[in-house]
Each structure stands twice: as C-alpha cells, then as structure tokens.
Ligand binder design. Structure first.
Ligand code: ADP
Ligand code: MG
Length: 629
C-alpha cells in the first residue's frame, strides 16, 4: 500500500442521509433503473460545469476538451462503472456532496417517500435531487474516485451505505485524469446491469438527450461504442423530433417521470434571438410550494449551461421546466448582466406569452389535460392575477372556479357571466378553507334562493387576488360575507314558502334592542336579505377585508384587532319572530337570546363563542326556562 492510501478518514453520514439510504436499501422499488439516469445526469452536470468554468480558465480542459460519459460493464466482477471527464470533486466537495443533503425540506420528503410505494417512491427520489444515493438501490458497495479539474490530487470515497463512508487520497495513476469514476458493486439481483443490451436500452430510454455523448464499454479493455450522441435536442428542427423524444427530454430536464402536459418549442428571431424548449409538467414538481417560489428554467449560451437561477419566467409560472438557449449573451455573462439585459426582459415576455397561449389552447382542444393542469397549477397561476397587472384579464379568463352551480367541475367566468340573473351586477364569491364548509355557509342561502351562482374559493391565494380589485368584463367581484347583499332587486326563484323578508314592527324593535345590547361588540345589527334558513349570520363592513381575508391576515399577524362585524338577522325566521314576540319586560331573557344568537353566528363562521363560560351559562338558563314552561 502506498503512502497516500494509508490515511483513511472515516465519516458518519448525516442523519438524514442515513435515513434515506435505509429507505433506498429496504424498500422494494419497482423501477430501480432510475439510478442510472441519476448518475448520468450528475455526470452530465459535471461536464457542463467544467464547460462553464473553462470559459474563464480554458487550461482546465487541458488536452481533453470534448466532454464524455462512459459506462463500463464488467460481468465477471459484477460491476458497473460510470465515468465522466467533467469538473470532478475535491476532498471537501466529496464530503459535502456525498455525505449530506443540501436541500431544505428533506424531512418532509422522507415522510412522503415512506408513505409512497413502488414506482412513485423511486420517482420521488429522482425528483428530490438526492440522486446519487439511489446507487445504493442496486449496489452494496460504491467507490467514487474523483479528481477535480486543475488539481494535482485525487480522492477515493467509499461506502457500503450503512451509516458511514471513508475518504482517502489516491495515486493519480489510479484516478481519472479529470472527473469522476463511480464503481457500483452490484447486488445479486442487480447483475443484469452488466448486460450491454439492458444498459443500452435504459440509457436510450432515459438519457438519450443529455447534452453529453454517452458510450458503453462492453468489457473492460474493449473499445467504447457510442449510444447517445449528445446533440442538444432543442437545436433540431421540430419536424425531426418525435413526441417520445420530447417526453424523454422533458423527463431528464425536469426530473419528472410523467408525460408533459404541454410542450412549447420555438425559435425567436429579430432583435433578440433565442431558442426556447419548455414544458408544463404532467404532475406537481416537488418544490412547487417552496417559500422562495423559484423557477427552474435553465439558461444556456451557445449550448453551454450557464445558470438555472435567472428568472426567465414570472414566479406564477415557476412550475414550467425547460431551457432557453441564446447566442446573444457573452459566455462569461455575470448574474447581474443577465438580470439587467434587455434580452432577459424580451425572453420573459415572449416565453410567458407562449406558455400561456399553449395552456389556453389546451383548454380548447384537450379539456381533460387542461383540467389536470388547472388542478395542479391553478393555485399558482392565480398568483399572477395580482402580480402581473398587464396579464390580469388574460389570467382571470384562463382561471376556473368551483361554484354553487358546479362544485366538481370548475367553470370559466365566461360561463358564469352568461348565466348571470337579471339585475345581477357583480360576480359573487365566498372564500374559506374547504368546500364542505363553504357550501354550508348561511350567507349563501339568499343567493341559492335566487338561483345566483357563487364562486366557492378555497385556495389561500384566492383571498388576495380577489380583493386586488379585478373585474371580469366590467363585473366586479363581491364577497357574499361583506357589505349589503344587494339582493332585493333580484327575484327569488318560485317557491311556495314565500316567507316575507319584510320585517314586522316587533322584529324591527328587536333589532334595535339587539343593537343596544351588543353595543360596540358589533358595528351594526340589521335584518338580512341573504338568509332564508338560518336565523343569523355575520358579515364584514362594506369596506376593508372580508371575513375570510381578515382571519388570514390576523393569523399571519398582519393586522391586530379584527374590524367589528355586522350581525344580520333573518326577519322571517320562526325563532326570531318568537323572540321578538317576547314581552319587553323579559329583558334578561332577551339579552341572553341576543348574545346566544351572536355566538351562533360565530360558530357558523367556524369560530368559537367569544366567552365560552358565559356562553355555557346562558345556554343553561335558556334551556331551563324552556323546560319549565
Ligand atoms: P443533485 O444532482 O440534485 O445535486 P445528487 O445526489 O445527484 O443531487 O448529487 C449530489 C451532488 O454531488 C451534486 O450536486 C454534485 O455536486 C456532486 N456530484 C455527484 N456526482 C458527481 C459527478 N459525477 N461529478 C461531480 N460532482 C458530482
Ligand atoms: Mg443529481
């Protein structure tokens, strides 16, 4: 053993890695092939990173400028070797990259993977970007030997995936001249990965379009045979690209395993020239709701990968995956230069248009695919209604909503407006946490009675865009839990229980009594047009946030006290007329009744009685009285 091999450092995997590895080894995944895609994707990334660093330091390429990935099969020793001549890893990079998980949200991911089974579990692994560790699905030992471009040291990382790994220096002669060699010691049931036929098929299927050529060496010592040429798919003519080619490429660029719902491929010519290849995914990417709301579109300059941090699309289209390739930027472009470049603005505009148009086309020609896209990404697209003023009208028209008339299949506002009642001037909506609760809201009753459709909005983002004062074809949006209901002018649908909403003298007096009793707990007490079955409900004053938005803002600590709500009373309700008929001397009872009605309205809103103890005492008094009489 040489001197350098003597010092072997032993490291323990970070807890999350150990847990992940345990999952990989002990779960039965039906689709283990993905490990190869993950290793090839890392190798290709390494080649692209080198290509990028070599722009300012061409000497890094030395006498071996062409990137390549080589898969060497060794049936006798049951080994598969994946080697690249990319950037390579230093000792610290090995420890950092192959001993920890840099991503946030690892814990949540692990829980999902534990819950998922079979194929989906394997897919999640790739999606989350813990790809390297998937090698342990097929190998019981993994050796990584790497030499960073420009370094005169090489390092050996080794692990059996059981909690620890070692790192040691190796002789340069035992390492690639540049890049990384990963040797998988295959498990007994994974020996088929030494079969040329199997490996070639998997590579073509999963990685046929990575932008680095891939070769297979069938036996150690034999000549490599190229199985993928590394031609960038996006530079080909559309007519030369099959649907399958697009789908394969989508999977490798997006880290998804499904089919794209929409593909956008075009070349912009004129003042700014670029090629775009972008996909609307068929399912939700893993990081869709990460708080940083970052997109993943990649920027290439003359086929050299530059960054995936340039904001090539607005945030509300962050689910779109793909790339832009342009010759109009210098290769050594800095991040600031990219952000300030007029080209970027032009790309954002052009690409946004094309993506939105392609989604609109889906709505027309493939309603089922569109429905899925909306289900997956609707709540993200709606962010654009208040973020992208210029496209507000377009985005509202594209949006679909569940309504009281159609609570399963979301409807377009176009259809809503066509079905508006005579005398209806606004688009009515109700926001809340879930559909069942919304459908049970007392505030809906008067609208139902008149056959007026109400949008049932359950996404958190709804409360925000809908109050940013948009309209649709001149019709404003109006919360049914806010302000006056304006329903008097719209005819009720024929019904024989035509209870009068006209308040009797007694009810009017009772309302005045309630107002005096509640004082400034509420901002008003009044009779209601919006109730038919329930006795009471709460609404928000005409101006300011509606009830739901107010709760959200309070929850987020964005406002202190809530605005005082208005208590609305159903003048035709038998309970109300009965209480109103109580003799005026019975003040103590009437006060209990008023306060109980207010708490009832709170409960209907999903809240608690303000003072649970006082509530319970009142309820007991009223019960006892009812039992006595
Ligand atoms: P991801 O590719 O999403 O970052 P992986 O688990 O696949 O996650 O890889 C972890 C990291 O290990 C990579 O980000 C990279 O820094 C490093 N790495 C893996 N394979 C290679 C390789 N062949 N060459 C250079 N670096 C690599
Ligand atoms: Mg990877």
């Amino acid at each position: 053993m040489s001197e350098v091999e003597m010092s072997v450092e032993k490291h323990v995997f970070e807890a999350d890695v150990a847990r992940l590895l345990h999952l990989m080894v002990h779960s039965v995944y039906s689709d283990k092939n993905i490990f190869l895609r993950e290793l090839i994707s890392n190798a290709a990334d390494a080649c692209e990173k080198l290509r990028y660093e070599a722009i300012v330091a061409p000497e890094l390429l030395a006498n071996d400028p062409a990137p390549r990935i080589t898969l060497t099969l060794d049936e006798d020793k049951a080994r598969l070797i994946v080697e690249d001549n990319g950037i390579g890893m230093s000792r610290d990079e090995l420890v950092e990259s192959l001993g920890t998980i840099a991503r946030s949200g690892t814990r949540a991911f692990m829980e999902r993977i534990e819950a998922a089974q079979g194929k989906e579990g394997a897919q999640l692994i790739g999606q989350f970007g813990v790809g390297f560790y998937s090698a342990f699905m097929v190998a019981d030992n993994v050796d990584v030997v790497s030499r960073r471009a420009g370094s005169d040291k090489a390092w050996h990382w080794a692990s059996d995936g059981k909690g620890s790994y070692t790192v040691s220096a190796v002789e340069l002669a035992d390492a690639p001249a540049r890049g990384t060699r990963i040797t998988l010691h295959l498990m007994d049931d994974a020996k088929s990965y030494t079969s040329r036929w199997t490996v070639e098929r998997i590579v073509k299927e999963q990685s046929g379009h990575v932008p680095v050529p891939i070769s297979i060496v069938e036996k150690p010592g034999e000549e490599p045979a190229q199985v993928a040429d590394g031609t960038a798919l996006w530079t080909k003519q559309k007519s030369e690209i099959s649907k399958e080619d697009y789908a394969d490429f989508y999977r490798s660029v997006a880290g998804q395993y499904d089919e794209p719902a929409a593909t956008v491929h075009f070349r912009a010519e004129g003042r700014h020239e670029y090629t775009a290849l972008a996909f609307v995914p068929g399912s939700k990417p893993f990081d869709l709701f990460d708080p940083d709301r970052k997109g993943r579109m990649k920027l290439y300059v003359k086929r050299v990968f530059i960054t995936d941090e340039a904001e090539l699309l607005p945030r509300y289209l962050r689910f779109v995956r793909g790339l832009i390739d342009t010759a109009d930027l210098p290769l050594n472009v800095s991040r600031e230069m990219i952000q300030e470049s007029p080209l970027l603005a032009s790309i954002r505009k052009g690409l946004t248009n094309r993506v939105l148009t392609s989604i609109e086309k889906l709505a027309e020609s493939e309603p089922e695919t569109f429905a899925k896209v909306w289900e997956n990404f609707g709540s993200v697209i709606k962010e654009g209604i208040y973020e992208d003023f210029e496209r507000r009208a377009q985005l509202i028209a594209l949006s679909r909503f569940r309504t009281t008339a159609s609570d399963e299949n979301p409807r377009a506002l176009n259809d809503y407006v066509k079905d508006m009642k005579d005398g209806q001037t606004a688009i009515y909506y109700l926001t809340g946490d879930n559909l069942a609760q919304l459908k049970a809201s007392p505030q809906l009753e008067g609208f139902r009675a008149r056959g007026i459709e109400v949008l049932l909005l359950t996404d958190p983002v709804d409360s925000f865009w809908v109050t940013s004062a948009p309209d649709f074809e001149g019709k404003p949006f109006k919360s049914i839990t806010q302000g006056a209901a304006d329903l008097a002018g719209i005819a009720k649908q024929a019904s024989d229980d035509a209870t009068s909403t006209e308040a009797s003298q007694a009810v009017a007096e009772f309302v005045a009594f309630a107002k005096a009793t509640l004082g400034d707990v509420v901002s008003d007490v009044r009779t209601s047009e919006r109730l038919t079955e329930s006795a009471v409900c709460l609404v928000a004053p005409e101006h300011g946030p509606d009830r739901q938005l107010e709760k959200m803002l309070q929850g987020a600590g964005r406002i202190d006290g809530a605005a005082k709500p208005i208590l609305e009373i159903n003048p035709g309700h038998s309970l109300i007329t009965a209480i109103a008929a109580c003799p005026a001397e019975d003040d103590a009872f009437r006060e209990d009744a008023v306060r109980l009605l207010l708490d009832q309205a709170r409960v209907l809103d999903g809240d608690k009685p303000e003072d649970p103890r006082a509530f319970a005492e009142r309820l007991s008094r009223v019960f006892s009285r009812a039992l006595k009489s």
